[in-house]
Write a protein that binds this ligand. Structure first.
Ligand code: ATP
Ligand code: MG
Length: 476
């Protein structure tokens, strides 16, 4: 539980809130501090500007800064403009009207045109020259266009303002803290509700996955949402479907293989027992039956082996350029005796511009042989079988069509499945195990082609007949 996703998500939520609170607190502190500094500078600046006029008047009247100490101490009132000071005569004339003593926390420094301090209310720099930098912070005093001196007002002790700012900051930070704690509480409550919607389906998924790993493939997830979790649930269900299908197919295949092997083995066993008991003579006729069954078993096993190799994609094709116009008719030749026996007409037709294809000719021969053998098996006497090859845009299409029994439309796609036989009893008689078309499909697909079955209705026939055709990519 300690490492659960719910706790991690809640932790992330709280971390974001704490970091947010810290960032807001720090930036408020910074903003308040710079606003406070700006304010004290402005106050000093405004005061300096206010004092410049009476001081200029003083200089104009006295033509020097002699006695200015006394004048400032006695007359200058901070923050009050010196109205009516102009035109006053000697020091002290009318000066008392609006000027008083400077505020104790504001230091007034007056420098002469040469930058030497002529008055320092703190009495530290008097008589000393100021640097250009220090002078730059002051306000120049001009008399008749000439520089008479520079006035600098320094906020010496800003403690009342500073403590006001500190109080303000404290209350802001307290509010931020309260807000962050309230937000954290709400976040935890909301987070529990919200994140449970994420973690609960994941928990169900974990349970279902555990059950599947223990072999219960019937487990499915009820998908309620249309989001990524819903997609995950759907993907899980698809996976479970596929696993279940694969398991069903595997079981069916094992049952089919066991069934197919049992039939010839039963025949062999019964015959051998009969021979041992002396009921069946061990003559060449009966031994031939046993031989035939063993051949059938052998074929079945090699078909199964080929199919499993092809299905696992391990089939190695030895491809080479093949001229179909010579290759295909050659394959028909070996069926001629069987066709003659059933009075079936074997035809071959091809497009004139048939290109060469790059194929494993042994494997494609196996495909065509199976299709023609099927056609011969399922076409009655006096029927017709046509092998044709035509050139399409990017492929060559090979078809084997007959006018035999046909395949019911609903079963057309099924004939390519392992052990599938439309008429099982009939196929059994003819020795078919239902693997031929499954192998043909694997071999064609290994060449990058497709195979399909059709049941075309011929106009002159009462039954539809069968057309199995496959494509081979035409790689030049
Ligand atoms: P195998 O080829 O393994 O000896 P098979 O011929 O029965 O056995 P497939 O070649 O896979 O098996 O064919 C599957 C089934 O499709 C056949 O059993 C048959 O029912 C049907 N089928 C195939 N070709 C034709 C055809 N030309 N006409 C009618 N039915 C066909
Ligand atoms: Mg067959």
């Amino acid at each position: 539980m300690r490492n659960s996703l719910l706790f991690k998500l809640l932790g992330a939520f709280l971390l974001v809130i704490v970091i947010g609170g810290l960032i807001i607190g720090f930036s408020t502190w910074q903003a308040t501090r710079s606003a406070f500094l700006l304010y004290t500078t402005r106050v000093s600046q405004t005061l300096a500007e206010t004092l410049v006029t009476p001081l200029a008047e003083y200089y104009k009247v006295n033509e020097s800064w002699n006695g200015v100490d006394l004048y400032i101490t006695a007359n200058l009132t901070l923050g009050m403009p010196m109205m009516g000071a102009a035109g006053q005569g000697a020091m002290g004339h009318g000066m008392g009207q609006g000027l008083g003593k400077p505020s104790p926390n504001q230091r007034i420094i007056l420098a002469d045109p040469g930058g030497v301090v002529v008055h320092d209310s703190a009495n530290i720099l008097t008589g000393q020259p100021l640097t250009d930098d220090q002078l730059g912070k002051g306000v120049p005093i001009s008399v008749s266009g000439q520089l008479a001196g520079t006035l600098i007002v320094v906020q010496e002790d800003a403690s009342p303002l500073a403590s006001a700012a500190a109080t303000f900051l404290l209350s802001v930070n307290r509010s931020i803290l309260v807000a962050a704690m309230t937000a954290s509480l709400i976040a935890v409550l909301l987070g529990i509700l919200l994140f449970r919607q994420i973690t609960a389906p994941l928990g169900k998924l974990k349970t279902a996955a555990g059950a599947i790993s223990r072999g219960d493939l019937s487990q499915r997830i009820r998908v309620k949402t249309n989001d990524e979790l819903g997609d995950l649930g759907l993907a899980f269900n698809h996976m479970a479907d596929d696993l279940q299908n694969a398991q069903t197919q595997r079981r069916r295949m094992i049952a089919d293989i066991a069934h197919e092997l049992r039939t010839p083995l039963t025949v062999v066993q019964a015959n051998l027992e009969g021979m041992l008991d002396g009921v069946i003579p061990a003559d060449s006729e009966h031994l031939a039956i046993l031989h035939e069954e063993s051949l059938l078993l052998n074929r079945l096993i090699s078909d199964l082996r080929l199919l499993s190799i092809a299905e696992s994609g391990e089939l190695v094709l030895e491809k080479q350029s093949t001229d179909l116009s010579r290759f295909l008719p050659g394959l028909l030749d070996k069926f001629k005796p069987a066709a003659l026996e059933k009075s079936i007409r074997l035809e071959y037709h091809q497009d004139s511009d048939l290109p060469s294809v790059i194929i494993d000719s042994d494997r494609i021969a196996q495909v065509v042989t199976n299709l023609v053998a099927n056609a011969l098996n399922y076409t009655p006497e006096k029927g017709e079988i046509k092998l044709s090859a035509s050139a399409m845009e990017n492929e060559v299409r090979v078809s084997v069509c007959d006018n035999g029994s046909g395949i019911p439309a609903g079963e057309l796609p099924l004939v390519f499945e392992r052990f599938y036989r439309v008429d099982k009893s009939r196929a059994r008689k003819s020795g078919g195990s239902g693997l031929g078309l499954a192998i043909a499909r694997q071999l064609v697909e290994a060449h990058g082609g497709h195979i399909k079955a059709d049941s075309p209705v011929y106009e002159d026939q009462s039954h539809p007949g069968t057309c199995i055709s496959f494509s081979l990519p035409n790689i030049k």
